[in-house]
Design a protein around this ligand. Structure first.
Ligand code: TA6
Length: 274
C-alpha cells in the first residue's frame, strides 16, 4: 500500500487513513471484510476506492450542479487524528474535521465532524455532525461501506423486504422491494429510504455471513457497478466487481437531515463477520 502521500494508523485489526477518516481495512479472523481495490489511488485529495468512505454533506453528484466533488468533500480532506488507542482486542481511533476556508468555499456553513472507529471483533463506526452555524443545516451523510465477498453472483442480501427504494438505474423512480432476499444478476444502484433495518449478506463462496447493523440512519444504499461501469472506473480493476458489494448506511434523499443550530446528529454502523 502506497503510504507515502497519506498518513495512516496501521494495526493488526486494520488500517485507517487520516484522509477522509477512512477505514480502509478491517480484518475479522485474519480475513479482510472490507473490499479495497488494488487500483485504488492513495493520493491527497483522491477518494480511496474501498473500505468505508465518509460521505458528507451531500450524497452522489453535486445537488446544485456546480461541479463540486461527488459525494461531498469530507472523504477527500485530511481529518485531525485526535485519539489513537491500540488495545489487546481492538484499535480505537477518533478523527475530526471542522469547517475552514476550503470547505466554506464549497459549502458555506460552520460544522464539526467526528468519526470514532473501533476495529475489533466488530467494526463500529460512529459519525457525529455538529451544527456550528447560526441557522439550521441540511445535509446528507453516508458510511459508504464496501464489503468484500467471494462472488456477488452467488451472494444474497436480506433485511430490505418491503422497503421503498429509489432506483438510480431507472431515473431515480420509486419501487418497492419484494419479500425475497436480494440476489444479484446485474448492476444495482438503489437508495432504500425510511429503513432502519439490519442487513445480512450471505456469502457462500467465502463461507461467511456479514451483518450491517445501524442507528441514526434511515437510508441504506446497495451498489455494485457490474461489468460495464467497473470498466469505466479508473481506480477499480475490470475483474474486481464480483468481489464487492456496497451496503451503505446513511441519510440520503427523503432521509436527508435538518439539524438545528448547536445540535448534533449521530449515526452508527456496526459490521460483524461470522
Ligand atoms: O453509492 C452508490 C454510488 O452513488 C454509485 O452511484 C456510484 O457512483 C458509487 O456511489 C461510487 O461513487 P464514487 O464517487 O466513489 O465513484
Amino acid at each position: 500500500m502506497n503510504t507515502e502521500t497519506l498518513a495512516w494508523v496501521q494495526s493488526p485489526f486494520g488500517d485507517v487513513c487520516t484522509q477522509g477518516a477512512h477505514v480502509a481495512r478491517w480484518l475479522s479472523g485474519g480475513r479482510d471484510v472490507l473490499f479495497l481495490s488494488r487500483r485504488s489511488r492513495f493520493e491527497r485529495g483522491q477518494a480511496i476506492r474501498g473500505g468505508v468512505p465518509v460521505i458528507f454533506p451531500w450524497f452522489g453528484d453535486d445537488p446544485e450542479g456546480l461541479g463540486r466533488p461527488a459525494h461531498g468533500f469530507a472523504r477527500r480532506m485530511t481529518w485531525n487524528l485526535v485519539e489513537k488507542r491500540l488495545e489487546a482486542e481492538a484499535l480505537h481511533v477518533a478523527l475530526e474535521l471542522s469547517d475552514d476556508a476550503g470547505t466554506r468555499a464549497l459549502w458555506p456553513h460552520a460544522f464539526g465532524l467526528r468519526l470514532e472507529a473501533e476495529l475489533g471483533a466488530a467494526l463500529t463506526l460512529t459519525l457525529r455532525v455538529e451544527n456550528r452555524d447560526g441557522a439550521p443545516l441540511r445535509f446528507e451523510t453516508a458510511l459508504h461501506t464496501y464489503l468484500a465477498i467471494g462472488d456477488v453472483r452467488r451472494a444474497t442480501l436480506s433485511g430490505l423486504a418491503g422497503a421503498t427504494f429509489l432506483d438510480k438505474l431507472d431515473g431515480g423512480r420509486r419501487h418497492r422491494e419484494g419479500r425475497a432476499p436480494l440476489a444479484f444478476t446485474g448492476e444495482i444502484d438503489r437508495v432504500y429510504v425510511d429503513t432502519g433495518a439490519t442487513c445480512t449478506l450471505e456469502d457462500p463462496v467465502l463461507g461467511r455471513t456479514l451483518t450491517v447493523e445501524k442507528e441514526g440512519s434511515r437510508s441504506t444504499v446497495v451498489w455494485n457497478p457490474w461489468v460495464e461501469k467497473a470498466a469505466r472506473l479508473a481506480d477499480m480493476a475490470d475483474d474486481e466487481w464480483p468481489a464487492m458489494l456496497c451496503v451503505e448506511s446513511g441519510n440520503v434523499a427523503d432521509d436527508r437531515v435538518t439539524l438545528a443550530p448547536g445540535a448534533t446528529h449521530t449515526q452508527r454502523v456496526r459490521i460483524r463477520c461470522s
